[in-house]
Design a protein around this ligand. Sequence first.
Ligand code: PMP
Length: 426
Amino acid sequence: MTKSEQLFEEARKVIPGGVNSPVRAYGSVGMAPRFISKAEGAYITDVDGNEYIDFIGSWGPMILGSAHKEVYKNVLDACQYGLSFGAATEIEVKMAKLICELVPSIEMIRMVNSGTEAVMSAIRVARGFTGKNKIIKFEGCYHGHSDAMLVKAGSGVMTAGIPDSAGVPSGCAEDTLSAVYNDFNSVEELFHQWGNEIAAVIIEPVAANMGVVLPEKDFLNKLRKICDDNQSLLILDEVITGFRLGIDGAQGYFGIKPDITTFGKIIGGGMPVGAYGGRREIMELVSPSGGVYQAGTLSGNPVAMAAGYTQLMILKNNPDFYTSLNQTSKQLFEGMKQIIEEYHVPATLNYLGSLGCIFFTQNQVKDYTSAKTSDTKAFGKYFKYMINHGIYIAPSQFEAMFVSGAMGEKEINQTLVVMKKYFEGL
Ligand code: PMP
């Protein structure tokens, strides 16, 4: 028995499912999870001493690679002054100013501790601002685990095949309307039916929780317009895409201006951080300046801010970072496409920038329904081979591969070699 397997046995006795977040349990691929002991640069190591090339990167935040020296140093420095004050600090002001500078649609921003909190709060302020209750979300998009968002969600909910969660009172979900990703008609229909009751449309501008699904041309622009026409707000959930597709996120990439943006993990550089921000007149409604209550003892925590601020400053000060990251990513994803073609693998590859996903289906994947045509058993076999050959990818068909700036030719070539061997052997 490996040490990971031993730990998993122990963990299951004291932690539900043995993990503190569902996808970590490797449930959908039917094996014990690897317990991790450390990560550095492009590599992650488990408790049995196996080293892997890390394409999860803590599910997004480790865009510079793990244990980046400057981030790490500034975190240690911050620790010397105290781990938490529950009081206002200078670094919070610097962080807010930096994000407002980098993302033009954001005039004010509030720090929270996770993506879940960011979305939950953004929805509250959207409802407070518009005086309306209904929210449109898209099937297969995941926006954290707040009650109202656990309706046709992606990520772990999708993997487990749970359409909804137990414990969510129907009243909490009845104002959440579901539309189909990339199907503008489905949105129009909801507006037709509920137009003056819709507070906001929330979307992952590139969906990364049903695998990676790109928005079709003009889809996001049409959402912008229909929101404007109906005095509804557009919320872009950039928990994954923010500071990943570029310094100004998906909204910069697609040239779309949301009313509210939510961020998560990546702005914490590996520490627990989330944030929501947007137009001043909306954000001024948040307490204590306005009547929409939202608070957090550890929000804007000085150590977390030190990590996040340093990471964002590194990204800001290295204008070539994204060009180089996207080039490395292209090498990987185009290489994967070639392998799929060469070995006639019944699979489809979707990618944008440093986010990508191989779907084990021959269908084009553009929404939840097409994503679900994937052969998850075939994914499971592929996953087992990859992890047993040193490639650390998400243990689910419906998650993204994250490329980091710490990766280069060596890691990409190695990954493609392993992949090629797998498909060759089928
Ligand atoms: N929104 C999106 C788009 C996400 O991908 C996630 C988590 N991966 C969340 C919200 C929730 O973030 P957290 O897990 O930090 O609560």
